[in-house]
Design a protein around this ligand. Structure first.
Ligand code: HEC
Length: 92
């Protein structure tokens, strides 16, 4: 009866491997589907934008997502934050 343990380990290692690299294509899709009702991309590039660092970006993504009544997983928040970072914010 070693098989279930092996399967559990396999599933665990696959899911933790994918948690490392953010999926920015999925992030873009989530934004396209959910994030244009209150503001467009202009808030990310305006002169006095609020967000000043990478952790703050993820927090704001989550705030906006929750404000809209969505229930994203942490991975979704992270994928969206990473997409926005690559496209607009360019935090290190
Ligand atoms: C319920 C309305 C609403 C929705 C929907 C919404 N936002 Fe926002 N968002 C806001 C408001 C309000 C601000 C603050 C804008 C301001 O200060 O003028 C903001 C600001 C932001 C900022 C910070 C911009 C800056 O100044 O740097 C980010 C990032 C952001 N939103 C991401 C998102 C993402 C990602 C989504 C999709 C999940 C989303 N928003 C959907 C209302 C919304």
């Amino acid at each position: 009866m070693k098989l279930p343990i092996f399967t559990a380990l396999l599933v665990f290692s696959v899911s933790s491997a994918t948690a490392f690299a953010a999926d920015t294509a999925q992030g873009k899709k989530l934004i396209d589907e959910n994030c244009y009702t209150c503001h467009g991309n202009d808030v990310y590039t305006r002169e006095n934008r609020m967000i000043q660092n990478r952790p703050g970006l993820a927090k704001q993504v989550q705030r906006c997502e929750l404000a809209q009544g969505l229930q994203w997983f942490d991975e979704d928040v992270e994928n969206v934050a990473e997409y926005l970072n690559q496209q607009f914010y360019h935090f290190k």
